[in-house]
Design a protein around this ligand. Structure first.
Ligand SMILES: [Fe+2]
Ligand SMILES: [Fe+2]
Ligand SMILES: [Fe+2]
Ligand SMILES: [Fe+2]
Length: 429
């Protein structure tokens, strides 16, 4: 649908302050909620955190009084939106259940963005990142079963495969290798800019969630699993943010943040199946249209440019959720043995012996990799790992693992291909 938010007024700022009851009282039922309602809720929390955080940074860097006043008023609104959205999650949803939701966001959102990304260089980065979150989902799914007796389909509802991806132990890099070339602010499309800011906000919040909650489990290997995967989410934030043109002015960035909020809420509103949730997305879209128009006025005043040069004349769709099994399995088949090198990618066979990430993996994995131990532990306890995919993909898993494992930088407790074949015998029974 074509919709130009600069032609609308939105909800006036004085009507954006809400009661505590309105801010905090709503929650979904974890047993009834559609998995993609949950992914929207998880993503929009990340979008609001990024909007709020950016505004605080901007406020520390400007002396323009009208800008400071706009930021002061709307930071509080972003913050209240964040509380409403994040607290839609019910208190009986465990950290691991929520974690499976976070990784489902990462897989299905990034796959959607990759297929709707006009810049092939940015698309390649999305494809690369998605295979890592795909493997995280598999590792966490083992723990959700062992700790809470939850099968992954209780959360992902058969929409997302759960099986090994690029092995997590190999996601640890020299962070310099994660740096990408940035887009050119004058030629990149609004779609590219919104796509990146959307996935970046999601990844940043995923990192924050693991940082804030990984310690809530007493099991030593599970704590270390959260520590290991949190470190990769940190790399994902570094990777995605490096795609953004750093020469964009603060006003241009402000415009992009509000536009991204408008586009994501608009997309949520159009897709939402739950009437109560749709009302929230509609109300918050109305709020963001007002923010965007104020940001556009400031942009015109201080940059003397037309905001439509930056954001175009219509919204884009950066967060449509639907099953991406086929797309993800194609990327998996193509890229399980792909790795990052600065500004580019290379396959394992082409990596130089002095690839800087080998050193990082050798040091951090010296005592073992918790995400490898996860698979040994569930194999010992249950006789097989938890996998949710079709038989065709199951039959490919040993050969995928063979291609995905490196010879160098391998943790001493790695589940080998032969060991995995043994685990899989029970899996296929
Ligand atoms: Fe907001
Ligand atoms: Fe992840
Ligand atoms: Fe991630
Ligand atoms: Fe906003």
């Amino acid at each position: 649908m074509n919709f130009n938010p600069l032609k609308e007024k939105g909800l006036p700022i004085e009507k954006q302050i809400r009661t505590w009851h309105d801010i905090a009282h709503r929650k979904y039922n974890k047993n009834d909620v559609n998995c993609y309602t949950r992914t929207r809720q998880i993503l929009m929390n990340g979008i609001e955190i990024e909007a709020w955080n950016f505004k605080h940074n901007f406020a520390r860097l400007t002396n323009h009084q009208d800008t400071l006043e706009f930021l002061a008023q709307t930071k509080r609104i972003e913050d209240a939106q964040q509380a409403t959205v994040n607290w839609l999650a019910p208190c009986d949803q465990s950290v691991l259940e929520t974690t499976l939701g976070y990784e489902q966001v990462a897989v299905d959102l990034t796959a959607w963005l990759a297929q709707n990304e006009p810049d092939p260089y940015v698309k390649e980065t999305f494809d690369f990142g998605l295979l890592e979150d795909f493997d995280h989902l598999y590792r966490y799914a083992q723990w959700a079963y062992m700790v809470h007796g939850i099968m992954p389909d209780d959360i992902v509802q058969h929409q997302t495969d759960v099986m090994l991806g690029r092995p997590t132990q190999h996601h640890h890099n020299c962070n310099i290798a994660r740096l990408r070339k940035h887009y050119d602010k004058n030629t990149a499309t609004p779609q590219t800019k919104v796509n990146i800011l959307t996935v970046l906000s999601g990844e940043q919040q995923t990192h924050n969630y693991y940082a804030e909650h990984g310690f809530e489990y007493g099991n030593e290997v599970l704590r270390e699993t959260y520590a290991e995967i949190k470190d990769i989410e940190e790399e994902h934030v570094t990777m995605y943010e490096s795609l953004i043109d750093p020469t964009e002015s603060l006003y241009e960035k402000l415009l992009m943040h509000e536009f991204t909020e408008v586009c994501t809420y608009h997309n949520c509103m159009e897709d939402e199946l739950d009437d109560d949730m749709r009302k929230i997305w509609e109300q918050f879209l109305d709020i963001e249209i007002n923010h965007l128009n104020k940001a556009a006025d400031l942009f015109k005043k201080y940059e003397n440019r037309d905001p439509e040069e930056v954001i175009g004349e219509t919204v884009v769709h950066p967060c449509h959720f639907e099953s991406q099994k086929e797309y993800v399995s194609d990327v998996l088949n193509e890229e399980i043995d792909k790795r990052v090198i600065k500004h580019d990618f290379a396959y394992i066979k082409d990596l130089p012996d002095d690839w800087a990430s080998y050193k990082v993996q050798e040091i951090s994995g010296k005592d073992g990799s918790p995400t490898e131990q996860t698979i040994s532990i569930i194999a010992e306890q249950r006789g097989k790992d938890i996998v949710c995919t079709d038989d065709k993909m199951k039959s490919k898993m040993p050969s995928l693992l063979e291609r995905g494992l490196q010879e160098k930088g391998l943790a001493p407790d790695t589940v080998t291909v032969d060991e995995y074949k043994n685990i899989q015998k029970n899996q296929l029974k």
